[in-house]
Write a protein that binds this ligand. Structure first.
Ligand SMILES: [Zn+2]
Length: 235
């Protein structure tokens, strides 16, 4: 998303160069911000933390896609081309499945909600959603556990890279895939730990942010209030 509210590229919805901000402003005549949902959720995770708010925090949205929001020194970090946190399209397996972005084996092809459900169905599991899959894994179903662990392991590997670059102590995971529960979180923690330098791994907190719909809405509201009313939160 550009600073003027134009969506440059959204591979999962096949959107490109859509001037959404202009369209919404013209339609409603109200102050409008178009924001990446992962960024909004990161801002909410940061702002609405109670005691002991850290200076840095990364919130990873794991749902239909996988995207991160980076709060560094109390500010949202967007990157030089507003692409910071786009970890979902890092290729983790060049021989992997086709991704809507046009390449193969992106993180999203194994770690997103649709890809996990596809893996479950093609393994012959009769599950309707991720919470059923998580419950089967928790109950010890080997096939379900394998799928859940693969998804968590892929994400944990990506988190290790992020930790190596940024050394951020708090990582919040949120979104529909958190419905997989304990076995998924455990796989993320283990892989991130195995692939990171000792102190980085030991002192990192991985927080379950839940389904995260509220986080996105709260963050979007905070972005708008900050811009329109100049509200800021001081540490
Ligand atoms: Zn991709």
């Amino acid at each position: 998303v550009d600073g003027d509210g134009t969506i440059r590229w959204e591979p999962n919805l096949s959107l490109g160069d859509l001037r959404l901000g202009d369209i919404l402003r013209a339609r409603y005549g109200l102050p409008t911000i178009v924001a990446n949902d992962s960024w909004a959720a990161a801002i909410a995770s940061y702002l609405f933390r109670g005691d002991g708010r850290p200076s840095n925090l990364i919130a990873i949205n794991v749902g239909r896609g996988v995207g991160a929001g980076l709060v560094l020194n109390g500010e949202l970090f967007v990157g030089d081309r507003r692409g910071a946190g786009e970890i979902g399209h890092i290729v983790i397996d060049p021989n992997g499945a086709a991704c809507p972005c046009g390449r193969y084996g992106c993180l999203e092809t194994v770690a997103s909600a649709p890809s996990i459900l596809r893996a479950a169905v093609s393994a012959g599991l009769e599950v309707n959603d991720l919470s059923e899959l998580g419950a089967m894994a928790l109950a010890g179903d080997a096939v379900a556990l394998d799928i859940v662990r693969s998804a968590g392991t892929a994400l944990g590997g990506a988190i290790a890279h992020v930790l190596g670059v940024l050394d951020v102590r708090e990582i919040v995971v949120h979104g529909s895939v958190t419905a997989l529960g304990g076995p998924w979180l455990k796989a993320i923690r283990e892989e991130a730990s195995i692939r990171s330098l000792g102190p980085l791994a030991r002192e990192t907190r991985l927080i379950d942010g839940g389904l995260g719909e509220d986080l996105t809405l709260l963050g979007a509201a905070a972005m708008l209030l900050t811009r329109e009313l100049g509200l800021t939160v001081h540490r």
